[in-house]
Design a binder for this molecule. Sequence first.
Ligand code: SF4
Length: 94
Amino acid sequence: MTRDIDIRVEQWREQALCADSTSPDLWFPERDGQRPHRERVRPAVDVCHRCPVRRPCLQWALTQMPPYGIYGGFDFGWKRDRDELDKIADRLAS
Ligand code: SF4
């Protein structure tokens, strides 16, 4: 059973646009406080919005709830996105 889940995860990851990025650090923006949050995350979020596997990526991240990083166009380390993600997770669970 677990093996089937692992295979599906690998299938969507093969189509992830971030996997081909030459700048994977974009998905883990620094918390330097020098630039506004939106400006720091925009390059990665723009890619996520064009990504064909945004939905399964976000669903995976919602099950894992990583403490930081951008998944499915949301910054899991930013409180405002985190609050929105909690609402999405609640809707999916109901
Ligand atoms: S939605 Fe974003 S983080 Fe998720 S696989 Fe696509 S590019 Fe990567």
